[in-house]
Ligand binder design. Structure first.
Ligand code: PHE
Length: 342
């Protein structure tokens, strides 16, 4: 009997077949179970020898079943692993999204950086979370000055040292950080994220600016005008632009100006260097002596100019995008339409 059951166990090809063998041997009406039941009708002497023999048989069969079940399980797992194996060296199947796109903001930052690199500027960066000192005080915003309110600032809890923190409302704090880091002549642009509590078709709470700063001993307002004109011609890809410098106010420049650029507007399409419409594109001025001093230099020796413009805004103008909010909604269809090929 034992040899026959062991043969069945070895022949069972899967766990279901093995279970059938188990029921046939050890189930309620199984061959081994039936014999164990037969013990009741035996004489005490017969039982003494047959009892241990049959119990031993049952235990050996149970152990053989368990071994076989374990082996089948292992074989099944090995087969599945072989069948479902993934060749990680195969090239990726790209489907409909064969290629990513460069976001217009990244593209425009690259364009701006390349143009100013040709003019001798390098790139500087500062943190998005700024101290009140760098964002306002060092930039000649007196404490309690109404210009602080004009920025719709996002305030943060003070840091461990008790410094007042804000999400920077402009890239101008990088002016101070650049002066602290370097020595004149300083020629930097500082592109980056900026934040103001404001949201409509042309404003988002997070947006991008690029700052420009030149500090040396002889730069004057004529250099500022020339740099901005060269930039606008290169960026808007026109041979000539007319620019209008309107007097304005920023605490950190004196004099301060806002700059408009000549264009022709037809709906969303804007042509630069022609027509009689004007679009405001940036703020600028000569760096205020207090700011030069906050940067660590003597304003009687060093001077210079600064400018700041909205990257998203000039991207919209150049590429005819109607709604700024779409820039930050991560809609893949929008990106496919307006994004740039790498
Ligand atoms: N920081 C100013 C703004 O956000 C722009 C600016 C920069 C003006 C540098 C003058 C000089 O509006």
């Amino acid at each position: 009997l034992e040899r026959q059951i062991r043969g069945d166990i070895d022949a069972a090809a899967d766990e279901a077949a093995l279970e059938a063998v188990r029921v046939a041997a050890l189930g309620k009406k199984g061959s081994v179970s039936e014999r164990l039941k037969g013990l009741g009708g035996m004489t005490p002497d017969e039982r003494k020898t047959m009892g241990p023999a049959l119990n031993g048989l049952r235990n050996r069969i149970a152990a053989a079943l368990a071994d076989r079940r374990e082996a089948l399980k292992r074989a099944g797992l090995a087969a599945r692993l072989a069948a479902e194996a993934v060749d990680v060296t195969l090239p990726v199947r790209l489907g409909g999204l064969a290629e990513g796109r460069i976001h217009p903001v990244s593209q425009v930052i690259d364009e701006i950086t390349a143009i100013f690199a040709d003019l001798g500027f390098s790139v500087a960066e500062g943190p998005d979370i700024e101290t009140d000192y760098y964002n306002f005080t060092a930039l000649n915003f007196p404490v309690g000055h109404p210009a602080r309110e004009m920025h719709d600032t996002f305030f943060l809890p003070p840091d461990a040292a008790g410094e007042k923190l804000v999400l920077r409302t402009h890239t101008s704090p990088v002016q101070i950080r650049s002066m602290e880091r370097g020595t004149p002549p300083i020629r930097v642009i500082c592109p980056g994220r900026t934040y103001r509590n404001d949201s409509d078709q042309t404003h988002t709470p997070m947006f991008h600016q690029v700052e420009g700063l030149v500090i040396d001993t002889e730069s004057h307002i004529g250099h500022l005008k020339w740099v901005l004109e060269e930039f606008c011609k290169a960026f808007f890809e026109v041979p000539k632009v007319s620019m209008r410098f309107r007097p304005s106010f920023f605490p950190f420049t004196e004099p301060s100006m806002e700059v408009d650029i000549q264009c022709d507007r037809r709906g969303n399409e804007v042509r630069f260097g022609e027509g009689d419409d004007w679009l405001e594109i940036l703020g600028c001025g000569m760096v205020h002596p207090n700011v030069v001093r906050a940067g660590g230099f003597d304003p009687d020796v060093y001077q210079g100019f600064a400018f700041g413009m909205g990257i998203d805004r000039i991207a919209m103008l150049k590429y005819g995008m109607p709604d700024l909010r779409a820039f930050f909604e991560a809609d893949i269809r929008w990106l496919k339409h307006y994004g740039f090929r790498p």
